[in-house]
Write a protein that binds this ligand. Sequence first.
Ligand SMILES: [Zn+2]
Length: 398
Amino acid sequence: MVGSATSLVTPGYINAHQHLTGDRLIASCIPDAITSNEAIFDWAVPIHSMHSADDDELSATLASVAGLINGVTCTVEAGTVAHAQRVAAAAAATGMRVMLGTWGWDAPDVPFGGSVGEIIDRQRAVVEQFPVGSGLVEGWVSLVGHDLVSDELFVAAAELAREHGTRLTFHMSPHAGDPAAFAAAGRQRPLVHLHGLGVLGDNALIAHAVHLDDAEIDALIDSGAAVAACPWAYLRLAQGVTTAGRYADLWRRDARLAVGCDAENAGDAVDVLRSAALLAGLCRDGASDPFLFTADDALAVATCRGAAAIGAAARLGSLTIGRQADIVVHEREAVQFSPLASDPVRQLIWSSDGRSVSDVFVAGRRVVADRVCTTVDLVAVRQAAAERGRWMLAQLRR
Ligand SMILES: [Zn+2]
């Protein structure tokens, strides 16, 4: 039997932006006292470029387990996977539902870069192998984004996603550097520019979109594109969300918002409830508005609104007949639930997080039982990850 008289049952949580490979094998090892550009280009990118196919599967396995035990049942991979087949294998083994693309950028001298044609061919192979709705893994078109992708590649990727009835995701403006780079290149603000190219649409999921001006918010709303907000990452990396973030404005305009946890050297914890509560707090405090973004709203971005933002509301995000059986059970015997509040959602969001998850089902399969992931040998996975992580860090220090 699952649960008890005090259990709380919710839909599975949607993590709309997570790097499943790379960071996990050196989790929390990137120093705090460096710039986000240094964190990316002196650490994350070199670590990624060292990854073998085995490392990709190992990293994705561990990252998936880290999410599952916190109630995450669906992960949108952030677009930095070199070996998509191996990440799909990790999804199948762990039971995590994954929206998966492959590495896509055409900047000069970058690992896993390529011409527009090469990148599109790679992306096409993934979306054709994993059609939408066919199983746990769904092929998406994923670009690194920022100012590291040409207009030609952005446009071709958007066309590919539309042709295959799938989605496009990319990074944009977690920091002020992206609008500055677009301006330096003589282009309009990033989202205005991309909307003008026809890249934004209701099948686009933009990771971050922190530094937006009014015209970009209009472009976002007009296009119907969704945003994956990863608030822990911006705080951890000092990217300016408390001073420049526009999420309260996006929320007021009914933008399609989801939350993500980003990477283990940015947001660190793969816990969507923790991110959703933080996003709620940032919006409420930023707008000095206690009526904005309540605990119910935080649970919604983690579940039904998150599912809508990734185009999966007909299958995920609610406990309804006809939806996938992605279900989370919280055990409320822990002290953070004592005494039990009359409003279970308020207590869940403000007093707890993924640590109170006891059982998780994905597509009806029990993947976490009594707080333990049942699908993989976690001792062996942790040991392998520690060995590979040490090796990678040693290479970096050479
Ligand atoms: Zn990212």
